[in-house]
Design a protein around this ligand. Sequence first.
Ligand code: SF4
Length: 77
Amino acid sequence: MGDRWHVEVDRSVCIGSAQCVHRAPDGFRLDTARQSHPAEPDMDAGEGVLAAAENCPVEAIVITLLGSGEPVFPPED
Ligand code: SF4
């Protein structure tokens, strides 16, 4: 079985660039204030969502392993 992730967007830093929505259309939504949020807080691990986190210009997307809380992105130093 694949990993499950818990995904959060820090809306205090999100600038609404929509890049995450373009990279992972099933993973993120923009609200009416152009703030991103995960479509579901818990989701199957996926390359698109990881790429969205890696490419967010303000690193607003935080991914952890569901259950253990182990960091996926940003990775631990
Ligand atoms: S890529 Fe980052 S800054 Fe842009 S909408 Fe998504 S979370 Fe917000």
